[in-house]
Design a protein around this ligand. Structure first.
Ligand code: FAD
Ligand code: MLT
Ligand code: ZN
Length: 507
């Protein structure tokens, strides 16, 4: 992948160690291991060193050394990404630069409704810090206990509250970035309005570490909700889901925070594999929606609104059953079903579990593999096309692999469906996963026919580089390459991920 010689690499690594000091690097294979695999255990890379700078100045000094030596760098946050972007290539030519030690809150300004944090802070810690000053940081996803803000911004993470608050891009006011030549761009402005030329931060948000390293960010805060109501409702037909969504938006006066689809098979998988989780509704139904409404007022009207809404939809025959959480603890149990979807399908919730999945992939045991192989699609279609997409895609994949178990779930209020496909019961995991690209093509063609996206929120990483070139217009790909070449002409920032800029540097 890289033209750097062994001697040159040895020299640059020694200089990097000196910059970050003894606490800032490791070459111990045991310590490096968790940085080499990713949540599904699909990729396993190699690296000579994991470098963990403690400050922006240290990041910049490391990058300057790498730029001079043309040493590739893979930035890493919480290593929860689902497209392999944060994993080094197998050739061991890249260093991993972890932001984990840069986890401080630099400032919090409740009056400006902003918080300024370093890139390595864990998402849940930002949420907690906001709560301390009676504010809300609304970004919320299943991995929030381990993903880090730099990773969230670099993937433009979505999650379960996009409906109300937008995705990571909408939540960032300013960034501090170390550029591929080692310069520091301080764009840490906490302004709602700033039309002074190109909005440069947007290049790095969703850039998946290919254009620079985010070291800090100014994030938006919101009034903290005082009232939150959560319902788990059952539907007889997927065709009814988006009608219920449209009605919920109208009835709640834009207080709808989450609208998450869960198929029957999803409830079965989570209740089967997650500890002490039970089916919230006695009868079995084909589809469910986890719905949340919230308000920063304390008028007490939300519950009545939700009860009236559900009664009306039951009367209309759109909703067939449902429960409204009676307490915060019950609401958390309902959310556990939704948040457990990823793990129950056979993904890992931690690096340790990923290592276990890797062991399973190597054929040692299937016992811990939950539902076996899962072929993943993170797609978006216009909200009005969600149901017909699901129906057509389920039929198409069943024709290709009889017995395949589609698990379409997720953020349908944003038009984002995680169209995951679990292997047929009893199938061989490796043989099934070998059909990944074939299934991608079937599903993504159906998405493209609806003017949709092949990556709604997880990014491109290494997983979808080929798919991107297949589905994106040449003019867009050319623009992306021009931007990458302009900022990172030597292709040292996460090379080979998202977009490749030439055979000489492609892995
Ligand atoms: P990493 O995985 O470490 O890195 C991701 C990318 O960002 C890589 O390209 C990496 O090089 C780059 N990067 C990391 N830090 C920096 C930095 N400081 N500067 C520049 N580049 C950097 N995603 C969603 O969008 N919505 C969900 O609902 C969701 N739910 C999930 C649930 C589970 C259980 C799991 C395991 C994952 C889920 N994800 C979801 C995917 C993942 O959590 C997100 O993509 C998250 O934003 C990644 O953050 P991270 O810190 O783990 O980044
Ligand atoms: C989710 O919404 O749970 C995630 O994006 C993870 C997944 O797609 O499996
Ligand atoms: Zn998601």
């Amino acid at each position: 992948m890289t033209a750097i010689s062994v001697a040159e690499r040895g020299s640059v690594l020694e200089k990097i160690k000196a910059v970050v000091g003894p606490k800032g690097w490791t070459t111990d294979p045991h310590d490096i291991e968790p940085h080499l695999t990713e949540p599904r255990g699909l990729y396993r890379g190699a690296t000579p060193i994991v470098v963990s700078p403690a400050s922006t100045e240290e990041v910049a000094a490391v990058v300057r050394l790498c730029a001079a030596a043309r040493q590739p760098i893979v930035p890493q946050g919480g290593n929860t990404g689902l497209v392999g972007a944060q994993v080094p290539w197998e050739d061991g030519g890249s260093i991993v630069l972890s932001l984990a030690r840069m986890n401080r809150i630099r400032a919090i300004d409740p009056l400006n409704y902003t918080i300024t944090v370093e890139a390595g802070i864990i998402l849940a810690d930002v949420q907690k810090a906001a709560e301390v000053v009676d504010r809300l940081f609304p970004l919320s996803l299943g991995a929030e206990g381990s993903c880090r803000i730099g990773g969230n911004l670099s993937t433009n993470a979505g999650g379960v509250a996009v409906l109300r608050y937008g995705n990571a891009r909408d939540l960032a006011l300013g960034l501090e970035v170390v550029l591929p030549d080692g310069q520091v761009w301080n764009g840490l402005r906490g302004l709602r309005k700033d039309n002074t030329g190109y909005d440069l931060k947007q290049l790095f948000i969703g850039g998946e570490g290919t254009l620079g390293i985010i070291t800090a960010a100014v994030l938006k805060l919101f009034p903290r909700p005082r009232e939150v109501e959560t319902a788990f409702i059952a539907l007889a037909k997927v065709e009814d889901v988006m009608e219920v969504f449209a009605r919920a938006r109208a009835a709640s006066g834009d207080q709808l925070t989450a609208f998450e689809l869960i198929p029957r098979i999803g409830v079965e998988m989570t209740t089967r594999h997650l500890h002490a989780l039970t089916d919230p509704i006695a009868e079995k139904h084909p589809w469910y929606v986890l719905l949340e409404v919230s308000s920063s007022q304390t008028s007490g009207g939300l519950r009545t609104m939700l009860e009236n809404f559900l009664a009306a939809q039951m009367e209309a025959g759109l909703v067939v059953d449902g429960v409204i959480a009676a307490s915060a603890a019950q609401a958390a149990e309902l959310w556990r079903i939704r948040d457990g979807m990823t793990e129950a399908q056979g993904y890992a919730a931690s690096a340790a579990q990923a290592a276990e999945l890797w062991r399973i992939r190597d054929g040692m045991t299937e016992a811990q593999g939950y539902e076996g192989g899962s072929i993943k699609h993170d797609v978006a279609v216009p909200v009005s096309r969600v149901a017909d997409f699901i129906i057509e895609a389920c039929e198409a994949v069943a024709r290709a692999i009889p017995g395949i178990r589609p698990v379409p779930f997720g953020h349908v209020g944003d038009g984002n469906i995680h169209f995951n496909l679990s292997q047929p019961v009893g199938a061989d995991r490796a043989t099934y996963l070998a059909r990944w690209e074939e299934m991608n093509r079937i599903v993504h063609d159906i998405v493209a026919a609806r003017n949709g996206s092949i990556s709604a929120e997880h990014g491109i990483g290494r997983m979808k580089v080929e798919e991107l070139t297949h589905y994106k217009a040449k003019v867009e790909l050319d623009l992306m390459r021009k931007i990458k070449t302009a900022l990172d002409p030597n292709d040292i920032m996460n090379p080979g991920k998202v977009i490749t800029i030439g055979p000489a540097t492609s892995p």
